[in-house]
Design a protein around this ligand. Structure first.
Ligand SMILES: NC(=O)c1ccc[n+]([C@@H]2O[C@H](COP(=O)([O-])OP(=O)(O)OC[C@H]3O[C@@H](n4cnc5c(N)ncnc54)[C@H](OP(=O)(O)O)[C@@H]3O)[C@@H](O)[C@H]2O)c1
Length: 304
């Protein structure tokens, strides 16, 4: 069996640590690239997972190249605005190329942004911009698309109102939406990082559901009826996003409220959802966590 060394940038982040853990479970050696000066409590879980932690300044190509020497793939799980998603990731890929690393996985893990027009999703514009940069580099790459993280349904994406027994939706209660848990995305990313044949785009979805199905599932899991509540059409949502964007001061937060609304717009307008065929079966050992499992676990923590 070939031994893989995989370098993970953004390793101390939410997805980064999960990718590191999944890579170790698949038997890879892992170099966890972290920000210089990161707090010890951020590094301890990486060391406990068995990774070699290497602080790297992502403005310095030489430093990145030294850290990535001998790796068969560099995985990025960075998150930020343009200076991270385009500038720092460009330094990261330049360092990988300089070290002779053959493969790169950019920090996408998103809806399908290939069909979106510039401005439809500010954050995903940075992802698309970076893929253009990546296309000019001498390295093979694989972009992983997985819809929305399923965990967002537990709070950040305001579709399920757990205490008010409602499911909110835009436009159409039968709109199909794509969700995948972070653990499943991390496991798939680890497998793809160790797969020299992986193509340029891999698409996975843990579970597809609609607002109507979500309401039925919540009713079944709680034993109380969940009501579907229409909040508007996507045209109105688009106007609200424009108004909020104009009124809110600029911020370095990658997820101001209007940004979350842009993701909702992409999903409920069906423009960012993943089109078949999916690659869920590419690594047969992987299982996909169903929505009912994530929701029932959450309901237990709420004491429902
Ligand atoms: N599909 C979805 O629903 C969904 C939802 C959320 C996120 N995502 C995607 O998942 C990916 C990872 O997100 P996440 O939630 O894991 O983000 P996160 O927890 O914020 O982690 C991002 C990591 O990037 C590092 N980082 C940021 N700027 C850096 C810089 N200039 N130099 C070095 N390191 C830097 C951070 O370092 P520190 O630890 O030092 O701060 C952190 O470790 C992103 O591509 C994001 O778009 C997808």
């Amino acid at each position: 069996m070939t031994e893989h060394t995989i370098a993970v940038a953004g390793a101390a982040g939410h997805l980064g640590l999960k990718v590191v853990t999944a890579l170790k479970a698949r038997g890879a050696k892992v170099v966890a690239l972290t920000r210089p000066g990161s707090a010890p409590q951020k590094l301890a879980p990486l060391e406990a997972a068995g990774a070699t932690v290497v602080p790297v300044d992502l403005t310095r190509v030489d430093e990145v190249a030294r850290a990535c020497e001998g790796a068969s793939c560099v995985v990025s799980t960075l998150l930020g605005l343009r200076e991270v998603m385009v500038d720092a990731q460009t330094v990261l890929v330049d360092g990988a190329v300089k070290a002779g690393v053959p493969r790169f996985i950019p920090s996408d893990y998103a809806l399908d942004f290939s069909q979106l027009a510039p401005g439809e999703n500010r954050n995903l514009d940075f992802h698309r911009e970076f893929l253009h940069v990546l296309g000019t580099k001498s390295i093979a790459w694989t972009s992983i698309l997985n819809g929305a993280f399923m965990e967002l349904l537990l709070g950040q994406a305001p579709y399920i109102l757990f205490k008010r027994h409602r499911v909110l939706y835009w436009q159409n209660a039968d709109q199909v939406l794509d969700f995948t848990t972070m653990d499943d995305v991390a496991a798939f990313t680890a497998a793809a990082a160790m797969d020299p044949q992986a193509p340029r785009v891999l698409k996975v979805v843990g579970e597809r559901t609609t607002p109507r199905q979500l309401a039925a599932l919540m009713s079944e899991l709680t034993g109380r009826p969940f009501t579907l509540t229409w909040v508007g059409n996507v045209f109105t949502l688009g106007l609200m996003i424009r108004a909020m964007r104009a009124l809110m001061p600029a911020t370095s937060d990658p997820f101001p409220p209007w940004q979350g609304m842009q993701y909702s717009h992409n999903m409920f307008s069906n423009r960012g959802n993943l089109v078949d065929p999916l690659d869920n079966a590419r690594y047969p050992d992987l299982k996909w966590t169903p929505l009912h499992e994530v929701l029932s676990k959450h309901l237990k923590t709420l004491g429902a």
